[in-house]
Every structure is written in structure tokens, then in C-alpha cells.
Design a protein around this ligand. Structure first.
Ligand code: CO8
Length: 240
């Protein structure tokens, strides 16, 4: 049975962007019906089980959903498109206005949501506000192959960046990755399930230091360790 991860994210509502503005919509309460639409873009929350999810991924997802029941953990929504609100928040830093137009937005996809079901980055993220931890449950599909039978390092780096980035985003609003260090310790078999853990270690002005690791679902194998530096964007500085 599919379980809704529709726990509201209102407790994250206090998180602010660099100008004190509201945090991008990844942190907003998720819509009750798990999807909403602007004029043309349909926003549907994809962080719910689909038929491509393995038993391990469903089991872990259910365990985290259980942890959400007392409010200590929140399931974060996952969309295919950058939302209008996020684009609005990011607009100050944009130079090319065409990417803020809705008809162009329908053609763009968030990288980690750009594959057909089961072939790419199947994942769900959870956040613990007290521990400032983000956990990503990740099953890398057949189109993410690097060495035969194993995930490509770039695919692993992508999900590490996204998970550590989510911790930084929740802590600091609009951020970009300035530095990402990864030690790849054990390869990740294709279609296996791993858990990516991340936490904010330190915030120094606009710099947010985050660390994390990637473990197998049974926690017996440490696949990777990572540290990242994320910078809150300065609205008075050009990005280009
Ligand atoms: C789902 C949500 C998660 C999304 C995760 C995905 C995020 C991404 O992948 S973003 C894409 C990849 N990243 C990029 O393209 C960013 C490219 N880099 C840049 O645009 C800029 O360097 C940027 C915005 C990060 C920082 O620029 P700017 O705002 O001018 O900061 P700047 O003044 O240079 O540096 C601020 C501080 O950070 C430090 N710093 C900046 N970069 C680094 C670095 N690589 N290493 C160490 N320190 C650094 C500076 O020394 C400075 O320190 P201090 O304040 O102590 O003097």
C-alpha cells in the first residue's frame, strides 16, 4: 500500500533565505493532494513509492514514514520541475530571463528527476530539524551505470551533492555548491539501495559546511564519505 508522506513541513517554515525571505518551496508545506498546477506546469510529489522501488527501498521508506509520525522527521517533497516560487526566489541572481518563463520551464527538468521511472535516481529525502540531518534513501537505476554493474561516480556525486545541498538549503536558503569532496570507498551495485546521511557541521557567515556519508541499507558497508561547502548567494553579487 502506498503511504502518503504528506506530513506538513510547516515546522521548517521558520527557515529563511539570505535576505530573510522565505526559503525556497522545497521547504514549503506540501499540497494536501500531493500535486498542484500553475498554468502549464504540473507539480506532483514524486517522493512516494512506485513499482520500480525494491523491497529494501520500500522498507526503509516505511521506517522513515513511521519516524515522521511524531513530527521529529519530515518527508521532503520531490518535484520534476523547479517551482515557480523557487524560480522567483532565484530570479535576482538570474541573467537570462528566458529560463524564468513558464513555457521554458515546462521543458526543463530537475536533473535527479529526469529519468523514466526506475532507470535513474529513485529517491526520497527526510529531514530532522532537531538534529539538522537530511537522509536520502536512494536506489540508482540501470541508466546510471559506470563500471559494469556499478553506479557511475558522477551519479553518486549527484545524489551526495543533492543531499548535502538540501541540508545547506534548509539551513541557509538559496545556496550553491562551492566545494564537494568525496572519498569513494566501496562501489555501489546498480539497483541496490543506499542511505545518504548528511548534517550541517558549521555555519560561518555565508559559508555552510556540511558532511555526510553513503551507507548500504543494512549499514554494513560504508560506500562513500563526503564534505561540502555551500555558499549562500549574495543578492548584490552577479553570478556570471
Ligand atoms: C535540492 C537542493 C540541493 C541542490 C544541490 C545542487 C547544488 C549545485 O550543484 S550548485 C551547481 C554547482 N555550483 C556552482 O555552479 C557554483 C559556482 N560557483 C559560484 O558561482 C561562486 O563561486 C559562489 C556563488 C559559490 C560563491 O561566490 P561568491 O558569492 O562571490 O562568494 P565568494 O565571495 O567568492 O566566497 C564567499 C566565501 O566563501 C569562500 N569560498 C568560496 N568558494 C570556496 C571554495 N571553493 N573553497 C573554499 N572556500 C570558498 C571564500 O573564500 C569566501 O570566504 P570568506 O567569506 O571567509 O572570505
Amino acid at each position: 500500500m502506498l503511504r502518503s508522506c504528506a506530513a506538513p513541513l510547516r515546522s521548517l517554515g521558520a527557515l529563511r533565505g539570505p535576505r530573510g525571505g522565505a526559503c525556497p518551496p522545497l521547504c514549503e508545506p506540501r499540497p494536501a493532494l500531493r500535486s498542484f498546477s500553475s498554468e502549464k506546469v504540473i507539480y506532483k510529489d514524486f517522493s512516494i513509492p512506485n513499482p520500480s522501488w525494491s523491497k529494501d527501498l520500500r522498507l526503509l521508506f516505511d521506517q522513515f514514514m513511521k519516524k515522521c509520525e511524531d513530527g521529529s522527521w519530515k518527508c521532503l517533497p520531490l518535484y520534476k520541475h523547479g517551482s515557480l516560487q523557487r524560480i522567483q526566489d532565484f530570479k535576482t541572481f538570474f541573467h537570462d530571463p528566458k529560463f524564468t518563463k513558464e513555457d521554458v520551464m515546462t521543458q526543463t527538468r530537475l536533473f535527479t528527476s529526469s529519468f523514466e521511472e526506475g532507470l535513474g535516481f529513485e529517491h526520497a529525502m527526510f529531514y530532522n530539524d532537531v538534529e539538522k540531518r537530511t537522509v536520502c534513501l536512494f536506489q540508482g537505476g540501470l541508466y546510471l551505470e559506470g563500471m559494469p554493474g556499478f553506479l557511475h561516480g558522477g551519479a553518486i556525486a549527484t545524489m551526495i551533492d543533492s543531499t548535502l545541498g538540501m541540508s545547506a538549503l534548509i539551513a541557509g536558503g538559496i545556496v550553491m555548491t562551492a566545494n564537494l569532496n568525496i572519498n569513494f570507498k566501496r562501489p555501489i551495485p546498480l539497483c541496490s539501495v543506499v542511505v545518504i546521511n548528511s548534517q550541517v557541521d558549521k555555519v560561518e557567515g555565508r559559508k555552510i559546511f556540511v558532511s555526510g556519508n553513503v551507507q548500504s541499507a543494512d549499514e554494513k558497508t560504508l560506500h562513500s564519505e563526503a564534505t561540502g561547502l555551500f555558499i549562500q548567494l549574495d543578492p548584490d553579487k552577479s553570478l556570471t
